[in-house]
Design a protein around this ligand. Structure first.
Ligand SMILES: [Zn+2]
Ligand SMILES: [Zn+2]
Length: 278
């Protein structure tokens, strides 16, 4: 009886040979959820033992390209591999329906080719988009998913998600500054996964466009302070900006430890974090 999180992709928007784009898998109560769908998500899903057709829902924290750029691959592969119509629930912030409509327009030729070629494929990609408001999104009596608004302005709206199951809770936040909604969502959770930035390094980059990223991401220290305020047990650092230098994980962890005395995990692709009583 555990909640399992697999960091499918821990990369930031800059392409990296060793890190896929933002995406995480959550497994609890026999259900399988995908949070965000960045670069390479289907390859990493398969590495974690999951095909898109096995997903019970997809949740999007926000509509920045690095978090959704391979959603079309998830939707197409789910469609092509489904033996029957099985709409995939898709939760995201306001604007998600228009983005998915645009993806379907882009995929129009592909959909028509496959429909023309496979007699038994009698339906288009099937999904149900819910533009999520803060509150409970999903509750099957065992697993409950709650959303809260976060602060990644001018990206608006943005969401973080809390998964409660069997007396345990895991929070996955996308890109955000510390904020009241996030504090509330994290309160008492076992595990908190946060996309993070090191302002000490990014501030040195001689390119304003890169330094612009400082003002709308949690620094490692800010994520650690959120973790401490919320009383979580484990803080997981992911989507690290800038791309960590080889062997530098201890530096990132040491920065977090200045503000948080729980367990700190430095995210790598396909790292699994299990939250359980055992
Ligand atoms: Zn991002
Ligand atoms: Zn973002």
């Amino acid at each position: 009886m555990a909640i399992e999180v697999v960091l499918l992709g821990t990369g930031n928007p800059l392409p990296d040979a060793g890190r896929a784009g933002a995406a995480s898998l959550v497994r609890a109560g026999g259900k399988t959820f995908l949070v965000d769908a960045g670069r390479g998500v289907c390859m990493r899903l398969v590495a974690a033992g999951v095909l898109p057709v096995m997903l019970d829902a997809v949740l999007l924290t926000h509509l920045h390209s690095d978090h959704i750029c391979d959603l079309n691959d998830v939707l197409t592969t789910q469609w092509v591999m489904s033996p029957t119509t099985r709409p995939l629930p898709l939760f995201g912030p306001e604007g998600t329906a228009a983005v998915v409509d645009g993806m379907m327009a882009m995929l129009g030729p592909d959909i028509s080719y496959r429909r023309a070629h496979h007699d038994d494929l009698e339906w288009d990609p099937q999904f149900e988009v819910t533009e999520a408001a803060p509150g409970v999104l999903f509750d099957d009596g065992a697993v409950r998913i709650t959303a809260a608004r976060t602060d990644h302005r001018p990206v608006d709206a943005t969401l973080a998600f809390r998964f409660d199951y069997d007396g345990h809770a895991v929070v996955l936040a996308g890109d955000t500054l510390p904020c009241a909604g996030l504090d509330e969502l994290c309160a008492g959770a076992d595990t908190y996964v946060q996309t993070v930035l090191r302002d000490d390094l990014v501030s040195l980059v001689p390119m304003q466009r890169f330094r612009d990223t400082i003002d709308y991401h949690s620094t490692v220290e800010q994520a650690a302070a959120t973790a401490a305020r919320a009383g979580v047990g484990t803080l997981v650092l992911t989507h690290q900006i800038p791309t960590p230098a080889p062997g530098s994980s201890d530096e990132w962890i040491a920065l977090a430890r200045r503000h948080f005395d729980g367990r700190v995990v430095f995210g790598e692709d396909l790292l699994q974090i299990t939250t359980s009583s055992d």
